[in-house]
Design a protein around this ligand. Structure first.
Ligand code: CTP
Length: 401
């Protein structure tokens, strides 16, 4: 199965002959779900045309800290370094590594590297003697001691014609090393997940609706955490005030339960798992008025009809191998009702939300959940951040995948 990285990657390219491989690495990163910002050192321009990398990364390539055209424009290295989830420098020349060790920052790439707090990987490439040089070796040790991960170099024929250590690792090897280090062996890597989030709004008339207090935070946390583990996410969300910077998420916005049902049915067969965390309305006005209801016409009666149970429908149409995760919010007989829902809706995992505990439930940044899987004892988790709750839910999902 294809593996995904789903990260915002700052790809630094310094000036060595292996820079030609940066084009292939850029392409692999984009295919692995990454947003890629290429930063070239000035001398890298002699080895690879920026147009090639800009086209492959779909972003302008950057090189200079300051644009000397009188506009006062500059490339904000601090912002760039903070934007990146990971920095990869490939190839890293002996010169660039030496400057990194010294903390020099006379080009944009070095300034970004110095400003970065994210994981950093470098793939050295140089000639045999340069690599063996004690200065270079002590620089590599110094970088490694600072937490920079070194990929390669490998042995083979070098551009000089010599044979030995110094070849840059192949782009596939570099990508695999980064995925192994940042994601490990998550079963979600390469899987496609449908995640729903937020409330639905059921129209009474063009301006009024029936809604609920769901903020979407739990669904977004699940989508982001699963994408960070290398899953491809289809996020179908009701109206929420949230956005996500996480790469690897395709977002579809819907308003009401009927639209959410259509969006989910279109996507669910292409997925390995569905996490239905949206608070879908159970009822909607039987007839939404096409014009705003005037105060004097309104009565206190609102005729409601049930919406389609999307999760129930998916449970009834679940193909072999697809895992279905539902949410439940119970106020009485929680455990008995939740167990019943698990079997009735043909689910693999049910997340029982607490509404009684302070800090749990709608709108908060924290949650307190109990996980119920078929044939297993329920696991009650303490109050934790929604991101940690997402981690626990996905850990459980990985166990049953
Ligand atoms: N759900 C759904 N479609 C609906 C309503 C709910 O897919 N029209 C999903 C929610 O996303 C959630 C789970 O079903 O994952 C919640 O079910 P809930 O509404 O609590 O369960 P019901 O079967 O409606 O049970 P109850 O009798 O408790 O209302």
């Amino acid at each position: 199965m294809e593996r995904f990285l789903n990260r915002k990657v700052l790809l630094g390219v310094s000036g060595g002959i292996a820079a030609y491989k940066a084009a292939h690495l850029t392409r692999l990163l984009v295919k692995a779900g990454c947003e890629v910002q290429v930063v070239l050192t000035p001398s890298a321009h002699d080895f690879i045309p920026p147009l090639t990398l800009a086209t492959l990364s779909k972003r302008p390539v950057l090189t200079d800290l300051f644009v000397r055209d009188g506009t006062g424009h500059w490339n904000d290295h601090v912002h760039l370094a903070r934007w990146a989830d990971v920095i990869i420098i490939a190839p890293a020349t002996a010169n660039t590594m030496a400057k990194m060790v010294q903390g020099l920052c006379d080009n944009l790439l070095l300034a970004c590297a110095l400003s970065a707090a994210c994981p950093m990987f470098i793939a050295p490439a140089m000639d045999l003697e340069m690599w063996k040089d004690t200065g270079t070796q002590s620089n590599v040790d110094a970088l490694r001691a600072r937490g920079v991960r070194i990929v390669g170099p490998e042995s083979g024929e070098l551009a000089s014609g010599l044979v030995g250590e110094g070849r840059m690792s192949e782009p596939e090897t570099i990508l695999a090393a980064v995925i192994d280090a940042l994601i490990g062996r998550s079963k979600l890597n390469g899987m496609r997940l449908l995640v729903t989030a937020g409330p639905t709004q059921e129209a009474i008339d063009p301006v009024r609706y029936i809604g609920n207090r769901s903020s979407g935070k739990m669904g977004f946390a699940l989508a982001e955490e699963a994408a960070a583990r290398g899953a491809q996410i289809e996020l179908v969300t009701g109206p929420v005030g949230l956005s996500s910077e996480q790469a690897g998420i395709i977002r579809t916005d819907v308003t009401n339960a009927a639209e959410m049902a259509v969006a989910c049915k279109e996507r669910f067969l292409a997925c390995n798992a569905v996490i239905m965390s949206a608070a879908v309305a159970d009822f909607r006005p039987a007839h939404a008025a096409t014009e705003k209801v005037k105060k004097k016409e309104a009565t206190l009666d609102l005729n409601l009809e049930p919406t389609e149970d999307i999760l129930g429908w998916m449970g009834a149409h679940k193909p072999e191998g697809l895992r279905l995760v539902g949410f439940a919010l119970e106020t009485e007989n929680a455990m008995v009702n939740a167990m019943d829902k698990l079997t009735r809706k043909n689910l693999d995992l049910l997340v029982l939300n607490s509404l009684r505990d302070a800090g749990a439930g709608f709108g908060t940044d924290t949650n307190k959940v109990t996980l119920l899987a078929r044939g297993k004892d329920p696991v009650s988790l303490p109050l934790m951040s929604k991101r940690d709750a997402a981690r626990a839910i996905l850990d459980r999902l990985e166990e049953i995948l």
